[in-house]
Design a protein around this ligand. Structure first.
Ligand code: DON
Length: 310
C-alpha cells in the first residue's frame, strides 16, 4: 500500500484542504508535559487509510510524535480481549463525563472511573493490563500496537521520563483509585505502564491504518492480521463515540458523526466503520486538549463526502 499519486480526486481534495488549513494559527501546543512543548506548531499531516488498503496522505505524515490518549481505546480493546467485558466493566464504566480529560470523574461510592477515555479510566485499564508483571504488560501492549500498525513500535523515552516526572495529577488519580480498590496492590506499575503507552511513537499514517483496522472489524487491511475481535471493536467504537473527545464528545458526534479519539501531542483519529480511518496530526490544541486543525479537517471531510453516520 503506497500513497496514491497526485491527480486522484481524493488526493487532489486533500492537497487543497491541507493548503487551506495550514495557515490557521489557532490553538496552543501542550506544555504541561514539558517535553511536548518542543513540538512545531506548523506540523500538519492528514492521512486516510481505506479498508481495501489504499492510503492517501498529505503534509507531515511521516513526522513521529507520541500517541498520548489515542492509545486509550486500543489498550481498552486489549483489556476486553484479555479479561472479558464483565471484569473490565466492574473496574471502569462507559458513561461520558462532560468534563476534561484529566477530571476526577469517579463514581462517588465505588471510585469507579466513568469511562476508559479519561485519564482515570485509562490508568485503571493499564493497571489491569500490568497485573503482577508490568514488563510483560508493556510487551503485550507493544505487540498489540504492532498488529494495528504492521510495524515495530518504540517508546519516546524523553517524553515518557518527562511525564513520569511531572504527572502528579495522574499519580493522584491512581492512588485515589487504589483507595477504592479499583486498583489493587501497588498503583505505581500500572501508572508507569500508562505513561509508557502514552509515549509510544506513531506517525499520521500509522494512526490512519490503526483507524482503518477498527473500521475493518479489527483486521489490519495492510497485513491481514487480526488486531481485535469484532465484538470488542464494537465496544471500543462505542466508547470512542460517546467519550473519545472528552467534553467535546457531544459537539463532535453532532458535527462530524464518527467515533474518534484525540491526543495531546496533536493527533486525532476518526473511524468510519466499513470504510476508512482518518488521521490528522497538528499539535496546536484548543482549550479541551483537541487538535484545532484536526477538528477542522474532520468536520470538512465529513461534510464534503457526506460521511456523518447519522
Ligand atoms: O495523561 C495525560 O495527561 C497524557 N499522557 C495524555 C492526555 C491526552 O492525550 C489528552 N488528550 N487530548
Amino acid at each position: 500500500m503506497s500513497p496514491l499519486p497526485g491527480g486522484s480526486p481524493i488526493q487532489t481534495y486533500l492537497d487543497a484542504l491541507h493548503r487551506r488549513l495550514a495557515p490557521l494559527r489557532e490553538g496552543l501546543v501542550a506544555a504541561y508535559i514539558p517535553e511536548l512543548a518542543h513540538a512545531d506548531p506548523a506540523w500538519f499531516g492528514i492521512a486516510i487509510a481505506t479498508v481495501d488498503g489504499h492510503l492517501y496522505s498529505v503534509g507531515d505524515t511521516a513526522q513521529c510524535a507520541t500517541i498520548q490518549s489515542i492509545s486509550k481505546p486500543f489498550v481498552y480493546g486489549m483489556a476486553l480481549a484479555e479479561q472479558g467485558v464483565e471484569r473490565v466493566l466492574a473496574k471502569v464504566g462507559v458513561e461520558p463525563t462532560g468534563e476534561a480529560f484529566n477530571s476526577i470523574s469517579l463514581e462517588p461510592d465505588t471510585g469507579r472511573p466513568l469511562n476508559p477515555m479519561i485519564n482515570a479510566g485509562a490508568i485503571a485499564v493499564s493497571a489491569m493490563i500490568a497485573g503482577t508483571d508490568a514488563a510483560d504488560g508493556e510487551r503485550r501492549i507493544m505487540a498489540m500496537f504492532e498488529r494495528y500498525t504492521g510495524r515495530t513500535m518504540a517508546v519516546d523515552e524523553r517524553v515518557y521520563a518527562s511525564e513520569a516526572r511531572t504527572g502528579h495529577r495522574n499519580r493522584a488519580l491512581a492512588h485515589l483509585m487504589r483507595n477504592f480498590d479499583i486498583i489493587t496492590g501497588d498503583p505505581e506499575p500500572g501508572l508507569d505502564l500508562y505513561f509508557r503507552q502514552c509515549s509510544v511513537l506513531v506517525d499520521c499514517r500509522d494512526l490512519a491504518i490503526m483507524g482503518a483496522t477498527l473500521a475493518n472489524d479489527g483486521v489490519n487491511p495492510l497485513t491481514g492480521a487480526r488486531a481485535l475481535a469484532a465484538p470488542d471493536v464494537a465496544r471500543v467504537l462505542a466508547v470512542m463515540t460517546s467519550c473519545g473527545m472528552y467534553d467535546f464528545s457531544g459537539g463532535w458526534i453532532y458535527r462530524v458523526g464518527m467515533p474518534a479519539k484525540s491526543g495531546v501531542a496533536g493527533g486525532i483519529i476518526a473511524v468510519l466503520p466499513g470504510q476508512m480511518g482518518i488521521a490528522v496530526f497538528s499539535p496546536p490544541l484548543d482549550s479541551r486538549g483537541n487538535s484545532v486543525r484536526g477538528i477542522r479537517v474532520c468536520e470538512e471531510i465529513s461534510a464534503d463526502f457526506a460521511l456523518h453516520l447519522f
